[in-house]
Design a protein around this ligand. Sequence first.
Ligand SMILES: [Zn+2]
Length: 547
Amino acid sequence: MSATAPFLNTAPLLIVTDVGARLVRRGLLEPADAAAGGWLRARALVFRRGPVVCEAAPAPARALTLPPVHPTFPAPMTLALHNTLTRRVEPFQPLPLPHARVTMYTCGPTVWNYAHIGNFRTFLFEDLLRRFLEYSGYQVFHIMNLTDVDDRTIKAAAAAGQRLDEYTAPFIRAFYEDRDYLRIRPAHAYPRATQSIPAMVRLVERLLERGVAYRGDDGSIYFAIAKFPGYGRLSRLDTRELKIGARVASDEYAKDDPRDFALWKKAEPIDEQVGAAWDAPFGRGRPGWHLECSAMSLEAIRPAQTLDIHAGGVDLIFPHHEDEIAQSEAATGRPFARFWVHGEFLNVRGTKMSKRFGNFLTARDLREQGVDAAALRLLFWQTHYRQPLDFSDEALDAATEGVRRLSEFRDRLSGDGRRGTGDGRLAELAARFEADVRTALDDDLNAPRACAALFEFVRAGNRELDRGTGSGAAREALDRVMGVLDVLPTRRTADAELERWIEARIAARDKARKAKDFKEADRLRAELRARGVEIEDTPAGTKWRLT
Ligand SMILES: [Zn+2]
């Protein structure tokens, strides 16, 4: 604190980001905290569009309302996220010492089938969140579980006449392949439910000891929701109508019919048949889906008991996340997750995309159709993660064209940028572009606005390049932002044979141009283009690239 005082004395005007300003306007932050980190004693005087001008004031007597910024985090966090718990956009701060990282748990796929692109929309928004936290200087510990035992996997394995692990193995492999195709950064841990049974057994024992779980007359163990007063907080359930003692054994049920849910299901013949039954002090059986996530996340972050962020699709709010909170908090007595972040659905022709409705498209369908992951990522970023997204061929075509334009611009920056001095108009545009992207993503991951800033940079940057200015800084800024959005097209690479063919065509075209046979030169260019080769004539000769 004392380190900032001399600065305040000599600099009466402070500039605060406009994210801070918005938070102040929404009443989420005290003006003095809007500049958390360096300028804690600033007092906001004037609000206007864009940056807020604050005036330094004598140190206020009141205590700070925000927890201290962790010393290993390089910059004060300006990210604000919508928290489903409070239904508000709140400033994000990781837990203070001794937790030197952001812990993020995201509910992973149920590996009973290929994940559809609706599932991947959720995983992609989580990828954006993770990458932006890392871009902002945080170390993130990302955990994603694999649900390899639940009602659906057991039913599907039995129908296929296979053991559970045999049945799920190819879908687990496919999920990793699809993840890599979509350029989703791998999580740091992928706990599998079937490999985490001891942690689940311990959690059930603890809930039984605490009197919030009981054995039903069907031999399964249930969670008594009436014994957990916070039940319904996340999903805003009206708990006045709760039916005390009414039970549900299935993993999925409706919000208007909340009941005591199964933590541990007594082994049935079908479970034994597929190898999905384990011994436990409270009887042989298998875990309920909700229990799995509570046990795996708490196990992964031990000795901590609270996650910084728990994310998933909106369809998981009830019952899955509500039940996760009940199990975890009843066992630990601590808040389970500080931020609950939920992504909206993907629609195809206005219907929620789901295998149940039969309109599903898997990531591998798209890959087999030759869709570039960059186009899909851009398409997803162009709608805010809390808005439903309509998937259509037209939208995908437009995104494909967008990534092509971006790729051309990057190539121009690579070619011309090196000649620039780095301090011209293009460098200014680049600095503004990166600041705009950061401001947009700081504001509850507003990726559509970040994309608008990106294409504004492409337009204005191309104009500057036409004028012959250049800047290495522009290319660097673009590459840093691509570390977050990652929407440059996948590069095709030429094999030796294609390379020889291209060089021969270019040599023939040069010869035709020298002989002033421009018709033949144009024909050769068209021939190259038909095989996806773009050429550009430069003072150093003709350059080519694959599109
Ligand atoms: Zn989960």
